[in-house]
Ligand binder design. Sequence first.
Ligand code: ADE
Length: 418
Amino acid sequence: MKYDIKDIKLANDGARRIEWANQSMPVLNRIRDRFKNEKPLKGIRIGACLHVTTETASLMQTLKTGGAKVFLCASNPLSTQDDVAASLVKNNKIPVFAIKGENNKTYYKHIHTVLDAGPHYTMDDGADLVSILHSERNELIKDVRGGTEETTTGIIRLKSMAGEGILQYPIIAVNDAQTKHFFDNRYGTGQSTIDGIIRSTNRLLAGSRFVVCGYGWCGKGLAMRARGMGANVIVTEVNPVAALEAAMDGFTLMPIRKAAGIGDFFCTVTGNINVIRKNHFMLMKDGAIICNSGHFNVELDLDGLREITTTTKALRPHVQEHVLKNGRRVNVLAEGRLINLASAEGHPSSVMDMSFANQALSIEHMVKRKKPLARDVYPVPEKIDRLIAKEKLVSVGITIDKLTGEQKKYLASWDLGT
Ligand code: ADE
């Protein structure tokens, strides 16, 4: 079996951490138990480009238990957990091509290696796999029946491919399931981003000014958790509705140009490019800390920052100090890569449980469909979303009410008024 990982000797550490994650993934575990008997993915090849974490390992094991042959590469050069990669190779015989800190050349080589397997389905986080498949490996598309996409950024890219008529096969937008973005994007990003900032800096958040750029689901979660740590949270937005929501949630709103001179911490979570630019870095206070928790490192204009940097040095792992032309120092965390996965371990398992249950069930749904979907981006079927919510509730011992017959009738009627 071919693979490319850091060190196979790390496998035992990885196996123990995967076991730990699994304990908080009851919904995925139930799917795995069913897959073991039913083998719904028998004979299916899946090419996966995901963050190689303990939670992803549980998903890979589930797909393999369902009969699939899976091939895994990283969806970010800095997010791979090398012990997990080793365990998947050694203990599960899953080919993994991912090394934490790999350069861009190796990152793309690994994507190509996964594509070499000739996948029937792609499972992507950020749409790099799909993008390379369409732009450089078009000859393989004839065998591809469908795919799934994990994240907001990937869905933006895929919808633009579909809009231009380029997308060659159907993709289910896992991110848009309610049991994904309500929980993973909000509570997962909220907690894991704070975790990454603290692990890399060990700085106190209480009393600081913490600037959150973007108030989507991830931004909401981050702002909420930064406030919980005692920070004074400032939100920057371009969408008037999201800005209003942030204001009514009690946050201070202002343009980044103004926030730049005030903030102690800055974190981008927008999915957009060059949100913090050269002129903003120049306005920052001495010692400002800057990071990104969006999918790509393009949210910070790092080229612009280099142009105004006189000297730079690493002060701690994942903390790069830049001395600017104006003599002030700013610190960039984790090379502007997603801080929650580069400096911490990503979202906690119990939210990834729902995200990855959506992944497993969406693939199963496509495999079992009699009539294939047309080339487009589709939502996760509502039935799957609700099933996952129900199972999660059961797993945490929460019971809820059911509509009475009278209530159902009322909801379906129009004639009963005041
Ligand atoms: N994305 C964010 N957190 C993650 C995790 N723990 N595993 C895989 N993908 C993630």
